[in-house]
Ligand binder design. Structure first.
Ligand SMILES: NC(=O)c1ccc[n+]([C@@H]2O[C@H](COP(=O)([O-])OP(=O)(O)OC[C@H]3O[C@@H](n4cnc5c(N)ncnc54)[C@H](O)[C@@H]3O)[C@@H](O)[C@H]2O)c1
Ligand SMILES: [Zn+2]
Length: 247
C-alpha cells in the first residue's frame, strides 16, 4: 500500500523537487478542507448569516451600511476557526520553506492555518480573518484567538473593519504583484486545493507555466487548470503532499 502511494509521485517530479531553487505554491480552500473548513463551492458559499447570503454579509456595501453586523459575522467565523487545527498539508508546506533557496507561498484562504502551521511568510491575497484594518489610515491589527479585538484604531481612533477582501473589493495593494513576480521566476509551481476559477489568483499558475515552470496540481477533482498542468496528482492535499518530499 505504501509503495503504491509513493508511486503516485513521478520520477520527474521527484527530481525536479530535489533540484529546484525557486518554488511557488498557490493554495485555495481545498487545503483546509481536511481541517474542517468548508470549501467555497463545497457548501461555504451557501452560508447565511441573519438571513443574509454569504456574498451580501461579506460585501463592501455591508461595511458601509452595517459594520457591526459584518463584525458579528467575522467574530462568529473566527470562533469556529479557532477550534480547528492545520492538517498535514499545511505542515508539509511550512517545512518546504526551508528546503528551497527561494520559496513563495500564496494563498486565497483567509483562515490563517498556514501561519498556525508555521509558515512565516505568506502572501494572503484575500487577507485574513485574524486581522482588523483601520477604515481611515489602513493600519492593520492582529486579532489573537480567545482575545477581545480592538474596536477602534489605536492611532487615529477610526473604526476598524475585517482585513479581508470582500465581494466588490480589489486585492490588497502589492500582494498580487509580488505573487506574479514570484510566479514568473519560479521553476516549479504547485496549485493545491483551488478550483482555479477566481481571478486574478488563477492567473498565477498560468504566468508560471508561460515562463517555463513545471506545473503540478493537487486536487481530488479536475479543474480548468488541469489541462495545462504537467502533472495532476489526484487526491487530498493532506495525503498527497507528504509523499512528494519523501524519497
Ligand atoms: N479556508 C478559507 O479560508 C476559505 C474557505 C472557503 C472559501 N474561501 C474563499 O473563497 C474563494 C474560493 O476559491 P477556492 O478556489 O479557494 O475554493 P473553491 O471552494 O472554489 O475550491 C476548492 C477546491 O478544493 C478542492 N478540494 C476539496 N477538498 C480537497 C482536499 N482535501 N485537498 C485538495 N483539494 C481539495 C475542490 O475539488 C476544489 O477544486 C477563495 O477566494 C477564498 O478566499 C476561503
Ligand atoms: Zn487609523
Amino acid at each position: 500500500m505504501q509503495a503504491m502511494q509513493t508511486d503516485l509521485i513521478s520520477e520527474e517530479l521527484r527530481n525536479r523537487f530535489e533540484g529546484a531553487t525557486r518554488v511557488l505554491v498557490l493554495t485555495g480552500a481545498g487545503i483546509s478542507a481536511e481541517s474542517g473548513v468548508p470549501t467555497f463551492r463545497g457548501g461555504g458559499n451557501t452560508a447565511v448569516w441573519k438571513g443574509m447570503p454569504f456574498d451580501v454579509i461579506s460585501s463592501a456595501r455591508m461595511v458601509e451600511r452595517d459594520l457591526p453586523a459584518v463584525w458579528e459575522w467575522f467574530d462568529y467565523r473566527r470562533s469556529l476557526l479557532q477550534t480547528l487545527q492545520p492538517n498535514p498539508a499545511h505542515y508539509e508546506i511550512a517545512r518546504w520553506a526551508d528546503l528551497f533557496p527561494e520559496f513563495t507561498l500564496v494563498t486565497q484562504n483567509v483562515d490563517g492555518l498556514h501561519r498556525t502551521a508555521g509558515s512565516r511568510e505568506v502572501i494572503e491575497l484575500h487577507g485574513s480573518v485574524w486581522r482588523a484594518r483601520c477604515l481611515s489610515c489602513r493600519t492593520s491589527y492582529e486579532i489573537l484567538p480567545h482575545e477581545q479585538r480592538l474596536a477602534n484604531c489605536a492611532g487615529c481612533g477610526s473604526y476598524l473593519r475585517p482585513d479581508v477582501v470582500l465581494f466588490g473589493e480589489m486585492l490588497p495593494p502589492g500582494a498580487f504583484e509580488a505573487a506574479a513576480e514570484a510566479a514568473a521566476a519560479c521553476e516549479l509551481c504547485f496549485v493545491i486545493g483551488t478550483s482555479a476559477l477566481v481571478y486574478p489568483a488563477a492567473s498565477l499558475p498560468e504566468i508560471a507555466k508561460a515562463a517555463g515552470a513545471y506545473l503540478c496540481e493537487v486536487n481530488p477533482e479536475r479543474t480548468p487548470l488541469s489541462a495545462i498542468c504537467d502533472e495532476v496528482l489526484t487526491g487530498k492535499a493532506g495525503e498527497v503532499l507528504p509523499l512528494i518530499g519523501k524519497s
